[in-house]
Design a protein around this ligand. Structure first.
Ligand SMILES: CC(=O)N[C@H]1[C@@H](OP(=O)(O)OP(=O)(O)OC[C@H]2O[C@@H](n3ccc(=O)[nH]c3=O)[C@H](O)[C@@H]2O)O[C@H](CO)[C@@H](O)[C@@H]1O
Ligand SMILES: C=C(OP(=O)(O)O)C(=O)O
Length: 434
């Protein structure tokens, strides 16, 4: 096991190029199973979740390999089975994204339970409802067996919640189902939009990309394509907060400004001002972070929600940022039951955080943090601890950093390039982590 050892107190400054979107690359890789032609995918983040997805696809019999530092080529003309490897499936949540393509192309998918962040129950019902609406038969024990021996049928269905991955599974299945499928109450996150754009390149026609009603005009055969994954707005938000709490001046290159509007609005409310310079995002250095109250001087809140609301994966990062902002704010994690259960680690470092209920935390900011030994339970909690450690006094050790490596490419190397004092070391002396 490895850990990070961080010396806090150094401003993070310089120019940063964000990686491709983790949650965009994972469905885009899965979509390559929809065709027997070659698919080339660029700007793929080199993270462990992507590696697991590539291994899952290769295990099915497809050719799937890195052809460059961040480029992957997949040719699924040799798929020999539709049963996912159990050990690989339980490593990532995104393994379940192989269900839609396998069901649509081969009429069958045997899905072991997926893995992923343990931040809530993470129901799969919206996926199964979509497959059922498309005409699949479902046998659900611990594993899920999906079959459609006579193929899928275009339909008009309403999701009971705008599930991101269920929308992506439905999009992929419908793209290879002749006829017009309407997906209502669909998710519209940037990665859902990016997947839809790729499916259009492969030969599907999709109306309503970016809205909550999409009509997929599916076909009986999809072609290969060459697709570049959009930049990761969650990583960009993470580095905005890293610069903000350390007082650094940071330029983040080649963003998609439309994907950053809500992040910038909420972070500005927490006192972090940023400017767009074309597609580059500029974080001025030395900002004094002050929380803006609601009109009338009332206490503000930050709450997550389906796009275009504030993204759930930045809730932990917003909470860490808020510990450094003068004032107080309620952080309301509405979508996941357990995401906030990491805040005890920040409290141990000196943050003034009160858990009001499982979904809400009151943060009273501008407390000086001190280095501690902590352990990360999930990807974004790990990033929150990195944010806290980089602005704390003294030394912090963060254990279980494989969680951070799941979602952030070469994070220590890229932080050092901005001036951070961070080392990746063997966690020989098991830290008495909190
Ligand atoms: C691999 C991948 O892409 N993972 C992302 C994907 O997970 P995933 O697709 O699994 O997440 P879902 O969008 O299905 O739902 C996330 C959670 O929010 C709840 N929910 C959802 C919609 C709603 O209106 N109300 C509500 O409470 C769900 O019950 C679930 O508990 O989307 C999540 C929400 O953006 C992100 O945190 C994950 O990083
Ligand atoms: C929750 C996340 O990932 P996953 O759904 O893959 O667990 C995340 O990317 O923050």
């Amino acid at each position: 096991m490895e850990k990070f050892v961080i010396q806090g107190g150094v401003p993070l400054s310089g120019t940063f190029v964000p990686a491709g979107n983790k949650n965009g690359a994972l469905p885009i890789l899965a979509a390559a199973l929809l065709t027997d032609e070659e698919v080339v995918i660029r700007n793929v983040p080199r993270i462990s979740d992507v590696q697991a997805q590539i291994e899952l696809i290769a295990d099915l019999g497809a050719r799937a390999e890195w052809i460059g530092d961040n480029e992957v080529a997949i040719r699924a003309d040799g798929v020999a089975k539709t049963d996912l490897d159990r050990r690989l499936s339980e490593r990532i949540r995104a393994s379940f994204l192989l269900a839609g393509p396998l069901l649509a192309r081969f009429g069958r998918a045997h899905m072991p339970p997926p893995g992923g962040d343990v931040i809530g129950r993470r129901r799969l019902d919206p996926h199964l409802d979509a497959f059922k609406a498309l005409g699949a038969t479902i046998e659900h024990d611990r594993d899920i067996l999906l079959t459609a021996p006579r193929g899928l049928t275009a339909c008009d269905f309403l999701m009971d919640e705008p599930s991101v991955m269920a929308t992506e599974n439905a999009l992929m299945a419908a793209a290879l189902t002749p006829g017009s499928t309407i997906i209502r109450n669909a998710a519209s996150e940037p990665h859902v939009q990016d997947l839809a754009r790729m499916l259009v390149k492969m030969g599907a026609q999709i109306d309503g990309i970016g809205s909550n009603v999409m009509t997929v005009h599916g076909v009986d055969r999809l072609g290969g394509c060459d697709h570049r994954v959009a930049p990761d707005h969650i990583e960009i938000g993470s580095f905005m907060a890293l610069a903000g709490v350390t007082g650094g001046e940071l330029t983040i290159k080649d963003t998609y400004p439309e994907d950053l509007r809500m992040v910038r609005l909420v972070f500005a409310r927490l006192g972090l001002e940023t400017d767009m310079r074309g597609n580059d995002l500029f974080v001025p250095g030395g900002q004094k972070l002050v929380i803006t109250n609601d009109a009338g001087g009332y206490q503000p809140k930050v709450e997550d929600g389906p796009w275009p609301a504030f993204p759930a994966d930045l809730t932990s990062i917003a909470l860490a940022l808020a510990t450094q902002s003068e004032g107080s704010v309620i952080i309301h994690e509405k979508m996941f039951e357990n995401r906030l259960f990491f805040t005890d680690k920040l409290q141990l470092m000196g943050a003034a955080i009160t858990i009001c209920d499982p979904h809400r935390a009151l943060v009273v900011g501008s407390r000086r943090l001190r280095g501690e030994r902590v352990e990360s339970p999930d990807i974004r909690a790990g990033m929150a601890m990195l944010i806290a450690a980089l602005c704390a006094e003294g030394t912090t050790e963060i254990g279980n950093i494989r969680q951070i490596d799941r979602g952030y490419e070469r994070i220590d190397e890229r932080l050092r390039a901005l001036g951070a004092r961070i080392e990746r070391v063997e966690d020989g002396d098991r830290i008495h982590a909190h």
